[in-house]
Design a protein. Structure first.
Length: 265
């Protein structure tokens, strides 16, 4: 087991992506997204993905220089074309667009397609909640992710819910057909939809935050306490920011074998 601080791990991931031909701005953004997943304890979406990413770049499945393109904007709806690039960059662009559109229209949505895997959905909706919006994200083969703001200084409410058979069907259908027509098949991957709801369009944000905090207090004070969504993740993140991120030996060895990896810096 290797323990490494987040900023050092971001630096390593950035160097690996730079060595694979990614421009610095994209490399830093993807590296930060991967390390954020590791900080949250969601290692499946963390830096262990660098090895398959490099393999996909080598095979031509990911264009590391691609910049997402916004198209199909129609009032509060947008389409983000990842242009065969990193899914994290395309999803981040979608979050930025839906937050801006939601401030104007109250509710906004964007589809994300033609890109690599977007990674962990919880991080995107958490970003929206931190900015005073409610966020919903779905992606084929993933838990449905929700987030909402809490009182100032408290971590956003973030829940990632595994879908039952009916909801899985609808996620497959919506995620597949809205993003890549004709791709609603069990074998296809990708297909992401992100929705932002601007709390201020419906009620004062501070009032919403206060009521959300009271509801959280009721949950934790109940005879059978209910865990507040997002708190365990926030605690894990705080601990790992302070003490470092534990890396399995096999993951560390995989990173060391990559050009730009820790054995080469």
């Amino acid at each position: 087991m290797t323990v490494i601080h987040a900023h050092d791990l971001v630096a390593i991931a950035t160097k690996v992506l730079l060595a694979a031909g990614t421009p610095r701005s994209g490399a830093e953004a993807v590296a930060a997204a991967l390390v954020e997943a590791d900080l949250a304890g969601q290692e499946a979406y963390g830096v262990r993905r660098l090895t398959p990413y490099v393999e996909m770049i080598t095979a031509g499945a990911i264009d590391p220089k691609a910049v997402p393109r916004l198209g199909g904007v129609r009032a509060a709806a947008a389409v983000v074309d990842g242009r065969r690039g990193f899914g994290e960059l395309a999803a981040r662009a979608a979050v930025e667009h839906v937050r801006r559109l939601a401030r104007q229209y109250g509710v906004a949505s964007a589809t994300v397609g033609n890109c690599g895997d977007v990674g962990r959905l919880g991080g995107y909706v958490r970003t929206l909640a931190a900015e005073g919006a409610m966020g919903v994200a779905l992606c084929r083969g993933r838990p449905l992710a929700w987030a909402a703001p809490r009182a100032a200084g408290r971590p956003p409410l973030v829940a990632e819910v595994d879908a039952d058979a009916g909801l899985t069907f609808m996620i497959e259908l919506v995620g597949g057909l809205l993003t890549e027509p004709g791709q609603a098949t069990r074998e296809a991957t990708g297909g992401t939809v992100i929705v932002a709801i601007d709390v201020a369009a419906f009620r004062p944000v501070d009032e919403f935050r206060q009521h959300a905090e009271r509801f959280c207090a009721l949950l934790t004070a109940a005879a059978t306490p209910v865990a507040v969504p997002g708190e365990a993740e926030a605690a894990t993140r705080a601990s790992r920011v302070r003490d470092g991120i534990p890396m399995d030996d096999d993951v560390w060895s995989e990173l060391a074998a990559l050009p730009g990896g820790p054995a080469r810096i």
